[in-house]
Design a protein around this ligand. Structure first.
Ligand SMILES: [Mg+2]
Length: 311
C-alpha cells in the first residue's frame, strides 16, 4: 500500500467502530421480524446490514473521493458491481458478516472492509464488536490486533497435531462425506462459526490451524486472507494458486503457515501432483508459479442454497 494511504488506516477504523456502535450493536439479537428478510435461499439480510452498508459506504467514499465502494448488499442487487474490484483502487465492504448469528443474538459477527489495488487486497479491517477486537492488516506491513503486532504462533507439523474448521455447506454430499471422513485425520475438526470475520482471526491468533472453504465470496474472504497472510499464514486455492478476490474460483484453504497448508491440503484432499501445470499460474504477472495442479478435479459444488456459514 502506498504510504499516503496508510494515513487512512485510523480513519477507516474510526468509521467502522462508529457505524457498528450506532447502527449494529444496539440491534444485535433484538430485530423485529419485519426487519429481517430472505436475500437468497439460505441467506438473510436485515435493515442493519442495509443501513450499515449505506452509512459506512458513504464514509469510505468520502475518505477517498473517486474510489469505488463495492458492498455486499449492493452486489446482491447488481452483481456487475464486482467488476470494480479490478479498478486501480476499490473499497470492498461487508457491513455485517455473520448476519444469522447477529439476528440470533450470538456473538460471532463482524464488520469487514478491504482496500484493493488492481484486484489485490492491500489493507483490511475486521471489527469483532462483541469481543471489542479490531484486526488490521497492511500488505507488507504486518497484522495487528488492537494496535499490537499479531504474529501467528507455530502450528504442529502433522495432521494429527492440527485443529481446524471445514465448511461443507456448498459442497455436494459425496464430497462432503469424504471431507468429513478425512477430517478424522486431524486432532480436531469443527464447522465454521458462520462468520468469516471470526474464522480468519482464529487462524491468525493460533486458536485454529486451518479453515477449508468452498464458496468464496469476495467480501467474506479478502479482509481475512490479508490478515492471515500478514500474520505469517498461507491462503491459497486448492491447487496452490494465489487467492485473488475477483477470480471467481471455488475452494480455499487457509492455514497457519506454508507447511501446515500442505499437510492440511493432503490430509483433506489427497496428494497434489507435480510439476506445476497451467492452472497453477494464476498469480499476478512477474510472480512465481504458486503451486501444482490438483491430483484430481476439485470438489464439485452443490447447486446452491445452503448456508455454509461464511456469509
Ligand atoms: Mg454481510
Amino acid at each position: 500500500m502506498s504510504r499516503p494511504v496508510a494515513d487512512l488506516v485510523a480513519r477507516v477504523e474510526e468509521a467502522v467502530r462508529e457505524v457498528s456502535s450506532s447502527l449494529l450493536e444496539p440491534r444485535a439479537g433484538v430485530l423485529a421480524a419485519d426487519e429481517v428478510r430472505a436475500k437468497s435461499p439460505g441467506e438473510i439480510v436485515t435493515v442493519a446490514d442495509l443501513e450499515a452498508e449505506a452509512e459506512l459506504g458513504s464514509r469510505l467514499a468520502a475518505l477517498w473521493p473517486g474510489t469505488p465502494v463495492v458492498g455486499e448488499e449492493a452486489c446482491a442487487r447488481a452483481p456487475c458491481l464486482l467488476g470494480a474490484l479490478s479498478s486501480e483502487r476499490a473499497w470492498l465492504l461487508d457491513p455485517l458478516d455473520g448476519t444469522t448469528n447477529f439476528v440470533a443474538g450470538r456473538g460471532e459477527w463482524a464488520v469487514m472492509v478491504a482496500l484493493l489495488e488492481r484486484g489485490l487486497p492491500v489493507a483490511s479491517w475486521i471489527w469483532l464488536a462483541t469481543r471489542r477486537r479490531m484486526y488490521v492488516a497492511e500488505r507488507g506491513q504486518g497484522a495487528s490486533r488492537d494496535g499490537l503486532s499479531l504474529r501467528r504462533p507455530p502450528p504442529g507439523r502433522s495432521a494429527a497435531e492440527l485443529c481446524g474448521r471445514v465448511l461443507t455447506g456448498f459442497v455436494d454430499p459425496p464430497a462432503a462425506a469424504e471431507l468429513a471422513a478425512n477430517g478424522r485425520r486431524f486432532a480436531r475438526v469443527g464447522p465454521g462459526s458462520r462468520c468469516a470475520g471470526a474464522d480468519y482471526p482464529a487462524v491468525a491468533e493460533g486458536d485454529e490451524d486451518f479453515v477449508f472453504y468452498w464458496r468464496t465470496l469476495a467480501w467474506d474472504h479478502a479482509p481475512g486472507a490479508l490478515l492471515v497472510e500478514e500474520a505469517g499464514g498461507a491462503v491459497r486455492r486448492l491447487d496452490g494458486a494465489r487467492y485473488l478476490p475477483g477470480d471467481a474460483a471455488e475452494g480455499l484453504l487457509v492455514a497457519a503457515d506454508e507447511t501446515s497448508w500442505e499437510v492440511a491440503r493432503e490430509a483433506l484432499l489427497g496428494p497434489r501432483s507435480t510439476p506445476a501445470g497451467p492452472s497453477a499460474s494464476r498469480g499476478r504477472p512477474g510472480e512465481p508459479p504458486s503451486g501444482a495442479v490438483p491430483a484430481r478435479p476439485p470438489l464439485p459444488a452443490a447447486p446452491t442454497g445452503e448456508d455454509q456459514g461464511a456469509a
